[in-house]
Design a binder for this molecule. Structure first.
Ligand SMILES: [Zn+2]
Ligand SMILES: [Zn+2]
Length: 504
């Protein structure tokens, strides 16, 4: 045992500087060894099936995700490159589930872990502590199964996500992959769209309206539905991301059937897992693979990262660790807990005061209360987008008892932080009584009551926005227009009912 330990710590030292190290196949790394190599960094992984939270050391987690997301037959260099990407993604995304009380979930929303294997444990150990950095900080990275010949730029999948190293690039090892096909009836697609908030009795056709630089579908036109446009990746998510394997497709109508023909599997941003395997088998090193899929990023030992990640606490962590670089105000008499970035122009007491004032006013008007509540002012639009899954043009997301706000500087250009706080608090207050109503009723009511002057009621001919117009808008102007119309619709309806709880 003693010799083994010595070997491992020696190895850890070397691996911190060289990504490509080959361990003898017979060396058997146990999860306990990976725990020892985790330097006290632990993670809370939440189950999306039963809510159970597992607390595990970071390197054990990396080995398990590698077993879940990797290509078991791929060469060592590909496994090591993916392990570095997984570790980087993990450390960058530990605040994705702050409101759920854990760091990452165990579904495809974050990463899928499986029981570790001898090979996945060996790979985690061979790359222990290695992360990808951009200008000295842990980088935002993504990976997906197969790019289909050309990777996708992050900005084209997540509007506003602008990373110079997540750009669209050709991938010659994937170019000759055979195309996949999928068929759906127009009726089934209409049902899938209805489930995410589209309205319309008959879907007549689906056509590609715009493609982005990589050739993937940016936007589709849906004749017969409201709204009549949808972003490519939203369409894929609505129809089923397993059957519709990527957005690199063409679509043709045959009678009442739509046939999709495409390439690749997954969003295509960052590393292509299948392509990495092929690169390894033609002799490329882990570093060369990482340089192909993440051009411009450095491989850095975690200990040398400029802004060390301290969201993870020594084992096992207490409940809810505060996110990095955030000032947290402990539960206050007001019942309003806030998290603001250290660098923010709006301080935690400022935000608490605004929210408290909004709650006082609005709860009198509406006769409801939602305390205690949690408000998080995000430091960057990326952090907001990752926490909420909403695009950059959304300013506030209110759900249950928590509110996510876009960065203060962004809100300042959209009517101010306080206006957003008021809208979000109002949304929480009306959510219970208006449960089950269309989205425009809740959104409209929140805006109607949170503003200093009442909106002009919509004319009787104005159609209220469908749920999808509010939640799946394809642009900032479309989002604003739908919200304004929801408010005008609400103003019209409340004139008739006189009781906000009766608007439907
Ligand atoms: Zn998740
Ligand atoms: Zn590829």
């Amino acid at each position: 045992m003693a010799t083994k330990k010595t070997f491992i710590s020696c190895f850890v030292f070397i691996a911190s500087f060289v990504v490509q190290t080959v361990l003898p196949a017979q060396s058997d790394i146990a999860e306990a060894d990976l725990e020892a190599a985790s330097a006290g960094k632990w993670l809370r992984i939440g189950s999306t099936t039963d809510g159970h939270v597992t607390v595990i050391p970071i390197e054990v987690y990396v080995s398990r995700v590698l077993a879940g997301e990797g290509e078991p037959r791929a060469g060592e260099a590909a496994q090591q490159a993916l392990a570095v990407a997984i570790r980087t993604y993990t450390l960058k995304n530990t605040d994705r589930h702050v409101r759920d009380g854990y760091d990452l979930c165990d579904s495809t929303h974050c990463q899928v872990p499986r029981p570790s294997t001898p090979s996945s444990r060996r790979t985690a150990m061979a790359t222990v502590g290695q992360v990808l950095t951009y200008r000295g900080e842990i980088a935002e990275v993504f990976y997906s199964a197969s790019c289909g010949g050309r990777s996708e730029s992050a900005a084209d999948v997540w509007p506003g996500a602008d990373y110079p190293y997540l750009v669209s690039r050709e991938d010659d090892v994937c170019e000759r992959d055979p195309a996949w096909t999928a068929e759906f009836s127009l009726g089934d697609i209409r049902l899938a769209l209805a489930r995410v908030g589209f309205e319309g009795d008959r879907l007549k056709d689906v056509r590609v309206d715009a493609r982005n630089a990589s050739g993937r579908v940016a936007r589709l036109r849906l004749s017969g539905m409201r709204p009549n446009v949808i972003a490519g990746d939203q369409f894929r998510a609505a129809v089923g991301a397993v059957d519709l394997r990527s957005t690199a497709f063409a679509v043709a109508k045959h009678g009442a059937t739509l046939r999709f023909t495409g390439h690749g599997f997954g969003h295509g941003v960052g590393m292509c897992v299948i392509g990495a395997g092929r690169r390894a088998s033609r002799g490329e090193s882990a570093r060369a693979i990482l340089a192909q899929y993440y051009p411009g990023l450095d491989v850095t030992p975690l200990a040398a990262v400029a802004a060390p990640i301290d969201t993870l606490t020594a084992a096992p962590p207490p409940a809810a660790a505060p996110p990095a670089a955030a000032a947290v105000v402990a539960p206050r008499a007001s019942g309003i807990n806030v998290v603001v970035p250290v660098s923010s122009s709006v301080t935690a007491p400022d935000l608490e005061r605004m929210a408290s004032r909004a709650h006082d006013d609005l709860s009198k008007t509406l006769g409801a209360s939602v305390l205690p509540l949690m408000i998080r002012l995000h430091e960057t639009l990326d952090s907001f987008r990752l926490a909420t899954n909403r695009p950059w043009w959304v300013s506030e997301v209110a759900e249950g008892t928590s509110i996510d706000l876009a960065p203060a500087a962004v809100l300042a250009q959209r009517g101010g932080v306080e206006a957003s706080v008021r809208i979000a608090v109002a949304e929480l207050l009306v959510a219970g009584p208006l449960d089950g109503r269309p989205a425009w009723v809740r959104v409209g009511a929140a805006r109607y009551f949170s503003r200093p002057s009442a909106a002009t009621p919509a004319s009787s001919r104005t159609r209220c926005p469908s749920d999808a117009e509010l939640t799946l808008a394809v642009s900032a102007p479309a989002q604003r227009e739908a919200e304004t119309r929801a408010e005008a619709c609400f103003a019209r309806e409340i004139q008739k009912t006189r009781d906000w709880r009766a608007v439907r």
